[in-house]
Design a protein around this ligand. Structure first.
Ligand code: MOS
Length: 722
């Protein structure tokens, strides 16, 4: 089919942009608010003050007598919840441990009471008057930031969402030990938290429909179907009895990718009080109630021939996990395939502690993993006296050596070239302090970026209307990433209609199922379903209406005068003959005051190749956002943890620092053209997480170039560069 309207590709403004800037876009906490929400109660969750032990007494007498209090739920009177399953394919719980079911607590912030009142203020006031007595036990702890070894490390069943914990190809340790040039270093990171602008929130309302209970849930989620399933499990309902709605998400970064306790607790509370209940986590609760990136200890050993060819690689990652739950950060997985090397060994281990369970966050595994690996590659480049780009080119993998498959496409060399040229790398000298302006030390660094192209099955439904317009729906999500816009473009192109004539709707389990908007997979998964379903709808219309050759879709629709509908599924490819990744190259310049040692990223250039770019404007914006998060990871973000009291100290946005405009003066994104006919029908790889890989290493490598200090502990605050 020759398409008359090449909508896909060029920058197009967000179709939801006006709704967002005028306040018309409704986020979760906006539902059942004001007059429309009369009768909706507000819930406040009370978190445990201790990390491990039991609640021995809850004195809620005064709180119960406060005006406007409808109920107070504790482990003593909260309805019993159904068991959750960590391996459930239909919906992922952030933790299987259910709060408010026993007197035991396993982390600070674990919910021990829930106050439901007429207003938020009344609920908060009553919550403040609940007195809880605990019997405290010594909680398990671990200091990854100090490189501590506890002896409690264990091997998880899998890492991330389904990768093997360990891998071995050839003899990694032996090859490193025998190599002419060797690097053996340890890379340490504390906890990080997602901190999207929109706090996690849930509004739940029950009703009877035909003698059956129905539950409507508005929840800030990256996966409406998964959220529905987990809530149904927890409340002992069939999935079809629950509807989850989420038209807008104010950022997520992984913390809304799985379903967390506040979501089913809101539904349980609404049932108890017989009225709709709304709960919005506080910023403080965002640090304990919806995951984090774990503390992470990585050991990387690299061995190379004098010419820089990698002989052996070893990457071991250890992260903290909850005492009764498991999240394994897949930090070493990219080391299995990123470069050509015959001898590679990787391992992942977990240390259980009494803290809330970590989860996927902003390129889980790959963001911290590329920091450690690409920092070690820089150390290798300096030891071998080879330009860091040249070192990577000499070790470029022409196929995926781990899976032993060809790449679906790979434009990494072009990414290095394009970013280096734009950055001005030809002036790079591999000498500490090579550049200086007065008292400002200047350093340059670079690193490789990459992220796998994931894909899951997705569904879409199309309705073509006699007025020449179309409505396309799929229960996917827009986290601020641009899904509304790119799906409108994909649909318009496949239908042969102008974008103005297409409306795309998402975020509701009454719509056809789509997968979690995580792992950078929505464009590829949902885009394919939208495209193939729209093509089928157009074919159906043209057949039904006996359309002539020269007719446009709009003309046929108007002449036909009837509604034409189609529904379709695009599954993941059955057997993948190719290995699919998006690649990129990150370059950074830092400026450091020679005396004060404060680091500023003055420039960053990233070049990325991710197959077909559906919308240059939203793609650039997402990749830039990822690079900015990398600046945060490298220099600022740190969830400081008090290891005596076993609690987070920096649980607010005044103490948990994220980059703001003056911190990122110049970020440039280059979109390297890439055509991929293997990866999927629309040729698009994911870009959601790609931009935040590699960038932290580019920055710490630049710090070394400027100062001669290797920062192997993030964030690279000035005390580490003295
Ligand atoms: Mo992404 S961390 O899978 O939301």
């Amino acid at each position: 089919m020759v398409l008359a309207y090449p909508w896909v590709g060029p920058g197009m403004d967000r179709v939801d942009g006006r709704a967002k800037v005028t306040g018309a876009a409704k986020y979760t906490a906006d539902f059942l608010a004001g007059a429309q929400g009369r009768g909706t109660l507000q819930a406040v969750l009370v978190g445990s003050a201790i990390a491990r032990g039991r609640v021995v007494e809850i004195d809620a007498g005064e709180a119960w007598r406060m005006p406007g209090v409808a109920s107070i739920l504790t482990h003593e009177n909260m309805p019993r919840l159904g068991k959750l399953d960590a391996d459930d394919e239909q919906g992922t719980p952030g933790q299987v441990r259910l709060p408010l079911q026993t007197a035991e607590v396993e982390h600070v912030g674990e919910y021990v009471a829930m106050v439901i009142a007429e207003t938020l203020e009344r609920a908060e006031a009553a919550a403040a008057r609940i007195r809880i007595r605990y019997e405290e036990k010594q909680g398990w702890t671990w200091n990854a930031e100090a490189g501590e070894v506890t002896g409690r490390e264990y091997r998880p069943k899998e890492v991330g969402r389904g990768d093997e914990a360990d891998s071995e190809r050839g003899d990694g340790p032996g090859a490193v030990a025998a190599a002419a040039v060797q690097v053996r270093e340890r890379y340490l990171m504390g906890q990080e938290n997602h901190n999207p602008m929109e706090m996690s929130a849930t509004v739940a309302a029950w009703e009877q429909v035909g003698g059956e209970e129905r539950l409507t849930v508005y929840s800030a989620t990256q996966h409406v179907y998964g959220c529905r399933h987990v809530i149904a499990r927890a409340l002992g309902l069939e999935d079809r009895q629950v509807r989850v709605i989420c038209p807008f998400v104010g950022g997520a970064f992984g913390c809304k990718g799985s379903t967390w306790p506040h979501e089913y607790l809101a539904a349980a509370a609404a049932k108890v009080v017989g009225r709709p209940v709304k709960v919005v986590l506080s910023r403080r609760q965002m640090f304990t109630g919806c995951g984090c990136r774990p503390e992470l200890l990585q050991r990387v050993s690299l061995g190379a021939e004098p010419g820089g060819r990698l002989a052996g690689m070893v990457h071991d990652a250890v992260n903290h996990t909850a005492a009764s739950d498991e999240w394994a950060e897949p930090a070493a997985v990219q080391t299995r395939m990123i470069y050509s090397c015959a001898n590679v060994k990787t391992t992942h281990r977990l240390v259980p502690v009494h803290r809330n369970n970590p989860t996927q966050m902003r390129a889980p595994g790959h963001a911290p993993g590329t920091w450690a690996l690409e920092a070690a590659m820089d150390e290798l480049a300096w030891k071998a006296g080879i330009d860091p780009i040249e070192l990577r080119l000499r070790n470029d993998a022409e196929r995926d050596e781990e899976l032993d498959k060809p790449w679906s496409s790979k434009s990494l060399r072009e990414c290095y070239r394009a970013a280096a040229e734009r950055f001005g790398w030809e002036r790079y000298q591999q000498r500490v302090g090579a550049m200086r302006e007065g008292r400002t030390l200047i350093g340059w660094g670079m690193a490789t970026a990459l992220y796998p192209t994931n894909r899951e099955g997705a569904h879409a439904r199309v309705k073509l209307l006699p007025d020449g317009t179309a409505v396309v729906i799929s229960a996917t999500h827009d986290l601020g990433t641009g899904t509304y816009t790119i799906m409108t473009q994909v649909a318009a192109e496949a239908l042969g209609l102008p974008v103005e004539s297409v409306v795309f709707l998402l975020g509701d389990t009454d719509m056809p199922e789509s997968p979690v908007a995580g792992g950078s997979q929505s464009a590829a998964s949902v885009g394919t379903a939208v495209r193939t379903t729209c093509e089928a709808a157009r074919r159906k219309l043209f057949e039904e209406a006996h359309a002539g050759d020269g007719e446009t879709t709009e003309q046929v629709l108007r002449r036909h005068g009837k509604v034409v509908e189609a529904e379709g599924k695009a599954g993941p490819p059955e057997k993948q003959s190719h290995s699919a990744y998006a690649f990129g190259a990150q370059f950074a310049e830092v400026r450091i005051d020679a005396a004060l040692r404060e680091v500023r990223v003055s420039r960053a250039v990233g070049a990325f190749a991710a197959g077909r770019i559906l919308n240059e404007k939203t793609a650039r914006s997402q990749l830039m956002g990822g690079m900015v998060m990398g600046v945060g990871m490298a220099l600022m973000e740190h969830t400081a943890y008090d290891r005596r009291r076993l609690k987070v100290v920096t649980d607010n946005l005044a103490d948990y620092l994220v980059p703001v405009n003056p911190d990122v003066p110049a970020v440039e994104v280059i979109l390297v053209p890439e055509e991929d006919r293997q990866v999927n029908e629309i040729g698009a790889k994911g870009i959601g997480e790609l931009g935040t890989t590699g960038i932290a290493a580019a920055i710490t490598n630049a710090i070394y170039h400027a100062t001669g200090v290797r920062v192997r502990e993030l964030p690279a605050t000035l005390d580490k560069i003295m």
